[in-house]
Design a protein around this ligand. Structure first.
Ligand SMILES: Nc1ncnc2c1ncn2[C@@H]1O[C@H](COP(=O)(O)OP(=O)(O)OP(=O)(O)O)[C@@H](O)[C@H]1O
Ligand SMILES: [Mg+2]
Length: 383
C-alpha cells in the first residue's frame, strides 16, 4: 500500500517537530513530504510535493489556515485538509469545515488521535473517490493498437506517431498515444516537446484511480490526440511497474476510442501485458532478411501465446523494391497477415524526424508516398 503523503503547516517549529516525530512512529503508513510555516507557503509547497493530506494550523501569520484551506479546496481539490486547533471553539471549526476542511483535530493530541484522524479521513475520502470512479461515465472501450518489432530501429515510433495523428484528424477518433518504450522512448522528440510531464510523473505523483487524476499529465497534441510521454532517463524505467501500467491503461481505455502504444525492443512484463490487451498488434519489419527472419520468429511466439491469427498484422516499413527481396517473397512468407507496405522515403521521414514535425501533420501529407501509405493503412485499421 502506498504511504499517505503529509504536509505539515504550523508556524511553530516545535509543533511541526512533534508531529513529525509522532508520524515517524508509523512510517509504514505516513510520509511527511513537506513543511510550511504560513498559509502562503503551504500554497507554494503543495504543487512541489503533492501531498494527500495537509495538517493545517488554524492560526498562522501572513495567510491564516482558514483562508489557505479555502484556496486549497478550490485550487487543489484532491488535497485533504485537516485543521489543527487549540481553540475548541466550535465557531472556528465550523468555519474551517465550511471553507472545505475535511476534518479537525484539537491540540494537544496524542499518537492514537492523530494517526486515527488522518487514516479515517483519508479512507473515507478515498472511498468517496472510488465511488466516483464507478460513476464516471463509461464512455469508450478503446481499441488498443500496439506497435511492436523484434528488431530495433525499424520505424515503430515514426509509424506510431503518424498513425495516431491520422486517426485523430482524419478518422476523428479520440486517440491516445502512449510511449511505452520506457527506457528509450522518443515520441517527445518526434513531436518536438521536451520537459513535458511523463509516465514517471503519473506513477510517482498521481493516484491511479481516476481519469481526472491522470489527465494533467497528458500532453494535448491536437483536439483529438493526447500523448503520454516516456521518462526522460533510461534508469527511470525500473520505477514503472506492470501494475501501474495496467491501472493507467485500464482508466485510459474508457476515455479514448483508440490507444496507440509504442514499445521498445525489450520484452518486459509491461510490454507483454499490453500485447495481451491489444486488439491489434502491428508488427513492424523492414525488408532486410535479418529483420524478416526475426519477425517470422516473433509471429511464432505470438502464436504460442495463443493470440488469434487476425490480431497480429505485419507492416513492412521502408519498403523498396530494389533491396534484393521482392514483395512476392514477403507475401509468400506472411500471406494475409500483411497489413501495409510503407515505402522508404528518406527525405520526408528524416526531415520530419529532425524537425520534430510528424510528416502526417503537413496539410499535403497524402501527396508524399509515405504519408499516403499511412493514410490507406489507417482506413484499414478503423474498418
Ligand atoms: N518509411 C521510412 N523511410 C525512411 N526512413 C524511415 C522510414 N521509417 C523510419 N525511418 C527512419 O528510421 C529511423 C528509426 O525509426 P524509429 O525511431 O521509428 O524506429 P523504432 O523501431 O522506433 O526504433 P527503436 O527500436 O530504437 O525504438 C527514423 O529515425 C527514420 O529516420
Ligand atoms: Mg522507437
Amino acid at each position: 500500500m502506498s504511504k499517505i503523503k503529509i504536509l505539515i503547516a504550523d508556524d511553530i517549529e516545535e509543533t511541526r517537530n512533534v508531529i513529525k516525530k509522532i508520524l515517524s512512529l508509523d512510517s509504514d503508513h505516513f510520509q511527511v513530504v513537506g513543511e510550511a510555516c504560513n498559509g502562503e507557503e503551504v500554497l507554494n509547497v503543495i504543487p512541489k510535493v503533492n501531498p494527500d493530506v495537509v495538517l493545517m494550523d488554524i492560526n498562522m501569520p501572513i495567510l491564516n489556515g482558514l483562508e489557505a484551506t479555502e484556496r486549497i479546496t478550490s485550487e487543489f481539490p484532491k488535497v485533504i485538509v485537516i485543521i489543527m486547533s487549540v481553540q475548541a471553539e466550535s465557531e472556528y471549526l465550523k468555519k474551517a469545515m465550511f471553507y472545505g476542511a475535511k476534518e479537525y483535530i484539537i491540540k494537544p493530541f496524542n499518537f492514537d488521535a492523530l494517526v486515527s484522524t488522518i487514516k479515517n479521513t483519508y479512507d473515507k475520502y478515498n472511498e468517496k473517490l472510488a465511488k466516483q470512479v464507478v460513476n464516471e461515465e463509461p464512455s469508450y472501450d478503446g481499441k488498443i493498437m500496439t506497435f511492436y518489432s523484434s528488431k530495433g530501429g525499424v520505424g515503430k515510433s515514426v509509424l506510431a506517431v503518424n498513425t495516431a495523428i491520422v486517426l485523430s484528424k482524419e478518422a476523428t477518433k479520440k486517440t491516445l498515444l502512449l510511449d511505452l518504450d520506457l527506457q528509450f522512448g522518443d515520441i517527445s522528440m518526434l513531436v518536438n516537446q521536451y520537459n513535458k510531464k511523463t509516465i514517471l510523473d503519473i506513477v510517482e505523483d498521481a493516484q491511479l484511480n481516476t481519469y481526472e487524476n491522470i489527465k494533467p499529465y497528458l500532453y494535448s497534441y491536437n483536439e483529438n490526440l493526447d500523448i503520454v510521454f516516456a521518462p526522460r532517463k533510461p534508469e527511470s524505467a525500473e520505477y514503472i511497474g506492470k501494475d501501474s501500467v495496467e491501472k493507467i491503461v485500464k482508466i485510459l481505455k474508457k476515455h479514448y476510442e483508440v490507444i496507440i502504444i509504442d514499445t521498445g525492443v525489450n520484452f518486459n512484463d509491461s510490454t507483454l501485458h499490453v500485447l495481451d490487451l491489444s486488439h491489434t498488434i502491428l508488427f513492424i519489419s523492414t525488408m532486410e532478411i535479418v529483420a524478416l527472419k526475426n519477425t517470422k520468429l516473433g509471429f511464432g511466439v505470438m502464436q504460442s501465446l495463443g493470440y488469434e491469427k487476425n490480431k497480429v498484422k505485419l507492416i513492412i516499413n521502408r519498403f523498396n523494391q530494389n533491396y534484393g527481396i521482392s514483395k512476392a517473397e514477403v507475401e509468400t512468407a506472411f500471406k494475409d497477415n500483411i497489413l501495409a507496405m510503407i515505402p522508404e522515403d528518406d527525405k520526408t521521414v528524416c526531415m520530419s524526424v529532425n524537425k520534430g514535425q510528424p510528416f502526417c501533420d503537413s496539410t499535403k501529407y497524402y501527396k508524399d508516398k509515405v504519408g499516403k501509405a499511412i493514410q490507406v493503412m489507417c482506413k484499414e485499421l478503423v474498418k
